[in-house]
Write a protein that binds this ligand. Structure first.
Ligand code: FE2
Ligand code: FE2
Length: 343
């Protein structure tokens, strides 16, 4: 299944999710074969996006670094621990230390060499937290972190948005420029609240506390809450990974494309350049399921990453027939380059 713009309907697409109006009434059922003429009527009803069955999905072999089942288990464990936590009742939070150790263990055992796929993300705090934990571990590995240092950094990641547990503000797809000053203050205050809840906890390493407080700071002092310029690698790592994942997931800002997210973190004043270069190498710019056009004008869909984050394996959709599946690994000198993303 994939999200599809109504304006791009060409006919014969099969609906994978019903089309509903804002009042919840279903106007098109799953399995409906769409006609081009639906374009106008759906647009008139203010339906801009639909979900259609993707015939090439079965060829996709995405790399989420962890198997999706394992990722989900970590996400659910985190949710279970954090959702039962109340301010200054930190005994239950100690379970996070174990969860962190488990995450590092699974990460160390992962032999995946392909670039990481970023799926079509939602602004979910728990998914966001596990995702940035993986990104920070990727950086930590490149920087040669010891197991202990990695575990401390991971705990900082797991705790970093703890402050959201204490406020009633919507951090999803928000735009700070349009928020009232009091709402903006409340949202930004999640850093202070998280830190103050952990400040006296001896089981939380100092670096992890600092990561919680400083994950929205920037190298040039333009961040919040204290406009600090942190020199600790762990702080800079969580700052860049959090900024990237906030952008692609729509946490604490409007959701952006992967290219735009890279544009944001390539700001050398705010983020450490070496870290940005590592992430560029490790995160696929065209995730599995992305429809692209090659420089020789052919349409294709990305089905897998390679070790080169800009050159995935693609399947040519123009040529695809029942027995005619043509794929190409773009990670070779002779292969064409991707010219553009179709959707
Ligand atoms: Fe945050
Ligand atoms: Fe965050």
């Amino acid at each position: 299944m994939r999200e599809y713009k109504v304006s791009e309907l060409t006919g014969n697409e099969v609906l994978a999710k019903p089309v509903c109006l804002e009042n919840g009434s279903i106007i098109l059922e799953i399995g409906t074969v769409l006609k081009v003429s639906y374009k106008e009527s759906l647009a008139a009803l203010n339906v801009r996006k639909i979900f259609i069955e993707d015939p090439f999905e079965k060829y996709e072999k995405a790399n989420f670094f962890f198997e999706q089942k394992v990722f989900l288990e970590f996400e659910n464990d985190l949710k279970e621990i954090l959702s039962h936590h109340i301010y200054h009742e930190n005994t239950s939070l100690k379970k996070l230390a174990n969860l962190g150790r488990e995450l590092v263990k699974v990460f160390e055992a992962t032999k995946e060499k392909r670039a990481l796929d970023v799926w079509n993300r939602t602004p979910d705090m728990y998914e966001h937290t596990i995702f940035i934990t993986i990104l920070v571990m990727i950086l930590g590995k490149e920087y040669g972190f010891s197991r202990k240092r990695m575990e401390h950094a991971v705990l900082g990641c797991l705790l970093h948005d703890l402050g959201y547990r204490y406020i009633d503000a919507d951090f999803q797809n928000c735009n700070f420029k349009t928020l009232s000053p009091s709402k903006e203050y409340e949202l930004k205050n999640h850093t202070i609240l998280g830190y103050s809840a952990l400040e006296k906890e001896e089981w939380v390493p100092e670096i992890a506390k600092l990561m919680v407080l400083s994950h929205h700071e920037r190298m040039d002092g333009s961040g919040y809450p204290l406009r600090q310029r942190n020199s600790q690698k762990e702080c800079r790592m969580i700052q860049i990974c959090d900024a990237f994942d906030c952008a692609v997931s729509g946490m604490e800002c409007k959701k952006k494309t992967i290219c735009d997210a890279f544009e944001i973190i390539s700001d050398k004043e705010k983020y450490e350049s070496r870290m940005e270069k590592i992430l560029e190498k490790k995160i696929g710019i065209y995730p599995a399921g992305t429809y692209v056009k090659t420089e020789d004008g052919k349409k294709a869909v990305v089905i897998s990453q390679t070790e080169n984050a800009k050159a995935p394996v693609i399947l040519y959709t123009n040529e695809a027939g029942r027995n005619n599946i043509i794929t190409e690994n773009l990670n070779s000198d002779q292969a064409p380059k991707i010219a553009s993303i179709i959707s």
